[in-house]
Design a protein around this ligand. Structure first.
Ligand code: ADP
Ligand code: ASP
Ligand code: MG
Length: 401
């Protein structure tokens, strides 16, 4: 079999853990498999590099950031390769470029455009274990790019697809996908299986256990993912097609995203095209606007509220400055959080949303914004109450069962 294994930051968090990963990889190889290993940077490393950059600038160039951030995964790829070699396993360590990963030029959130599988295949044919630095590629104009936070998951899925691998295993410090983050709710239950669509919602709504774009790509390519722990041998969670899942619960999980900030514009000139101009300007800078609420104000003016990723706030402030003639006042609130309920069963049931609102009301938690889709309900609340909200909702839908 050809197996792609991805080990995240905690799993390669120190030298001892890299040694542990080397043993796991060696075991897989010994069982007569071809192995491609994708690694993240040691945990905390990417954040540390971001802090280094911030020392010099609030808004460093995205190209420089990519060169900087890609270095973290190169360190672990090389170290794992060295460790495996020492154990007697021939290896080759590769950067994203050497692994044939070509992306577009949207630095720090680059999309994979194509993968040339030849470099890895050649090495596998020679019997080598291939260790790839995750989270990175090369743009067509030859610059290093990175694939967005948590992007090593995407590297693993994309390689599994391009190489037609039999398995794509993603190892972290949890042994699968739970009904909510087990760090917040110890009563959370591990799911045996979850559909791509539900996993995609959970991941997009803040459950960082898998990067959302990796799930999206897995669905597109039909790559079946198994999320497992690198610290034990427990069976993990399979992420697969909805048809392959017999039981379809009403609610599968609760996600929390604290990395959200609200932008509130008061007294916006009410003329056609103003919203288009603002959101176009944000989109051009690759800023992901999530919830948008427009309400009527006074004197033919409107109020416009929307949410953006908190870590983009400095960039957003700069952009909004360009529109300052168009509104009376602006306020930024990074102390908000988004709590979401996800489940394919919602498609055919009513009352799921009202139960959520009631539950938060009982806890005296004010809901500031709401958005819904076929399989999710998201609510913006005060960040202070976010963990309480998650636990209350988890109880209300009896997800511990
Ligand atoms: P890695 O560094 O290996 O990529 P991450 O830290 O990105 O791992 O993801 C694993 C973490 O995801 C867990 O430690 C857990 O706290 C968090 N998490 C959030 N939501 C969930 C969930 N629904 N199920 C499991 N883990 C979750
Ligand atoms: N090191 C990168 C990050 O922290 C990518 C990853 O871990 O997947 O976002
Ligand atoms: Mg991750």
């Amino acid at each position: 079999m050809l197996i792609v294994q991805k080990y995240g930051g905690t799993s390669v968090g120190n030298l001892e853990r890299i040694e542990n990963v080397a043993k796991r990889v060696a075991k897989t190889k010994k069982e007569d498999n071809d192995v491609v290993v994708v690694v993240s940077a040691m945990s905390g490393e990417t954040n540390k590099l971001i802090e280094y950059a911030k020392h010099f600038s609030k808004t460093p160039s995205r190209e420089d950031m990519d060169l900087l951030l890609s270095s973290g995964e190169r360190v672990t790829a090389a170290l794992l390769s060295i460790a495996l070699n020492e154990m007697g396993y021939p290896t080759v360590a590769m950067t994203g470029r050497q692994a044939g990963i070509v992306t577009d030029s949207s630095h720090t959130t680059a999309r994979i455009e194509k993968i040339d599988p030849k470099p890895i295949k050649n090495e596998l044919q020679k019997g080598k274990i291939v260790v790839v630095a995750g989270f990175q590629g090369i743009s067509k104009d030859g610059k290093v790019t990175t694939l967005g936070r948590g992007g090593s998951d995407l590297t693993a899925v994309a390689l599994a697809g391009a190489l037609n691998a039999d398995k794509c295993e993603i190892y972290s410090d949890v042994d699968g996908i739970y009904t909510t983050d087990p760090r917040i709710e110890p009563k959370a239950k591990k799911l045996d299986k979850i559909s791509y669509d539900e996993m995609l919602e959970l991941a997009s709504l803040g459950a960082k256990v898998l990067q959302n774009r990796s799930v999206e790509l897995a669905k597109k390519l039909g790559v079946i993912i198994e999320a497992k722990s690198s610290f034990n041998e427990n069976p993990g969670t399979i992420i697969t097609k909805e048809e392959d899942i017999m039981e379809k619960p009403l609610v599968s999980g609760i996600a929390l995203d604290k990395n959200q900030a609200r932008v509130s514009l008061r007294g916006v000139v009410d003329r056609p095209g103003i919203a288009a101009e603002i959101f176009k300007a944000l989109a051009e800078e690759n800023i992901n606007v999530d919830m948008i609420v427009q309400t009527i104000g006074q004197d033919e003016k409107t109020n416009l509220d929307f949410t953006v990723p908190e870590n983009e706030l400095e960039r957003v402030k700069k952009i909004m400055e360009r529109f300052k003639e168009e509104y009376e006042s602006i306020d930024y609130d990074p102390r908000i959080a988004k709590v979401s309920i996800v489940g394919v069963g919602m498609k055919s049931h009513s009352g799921v949303a009202s139960k959520a609102f009631e539950t938060l009301a009982k806890e005296n938690i004010n809901i500031e914004m709401i958005s819904t889709s076929e399989i999710k309900i998201s609510m913006i609340i005060d960040e202070k109450y976010s963990e309480l909200a998650v636990r209350a909702l988890h109880d209300a839908y009896e997800l511990y069962r």
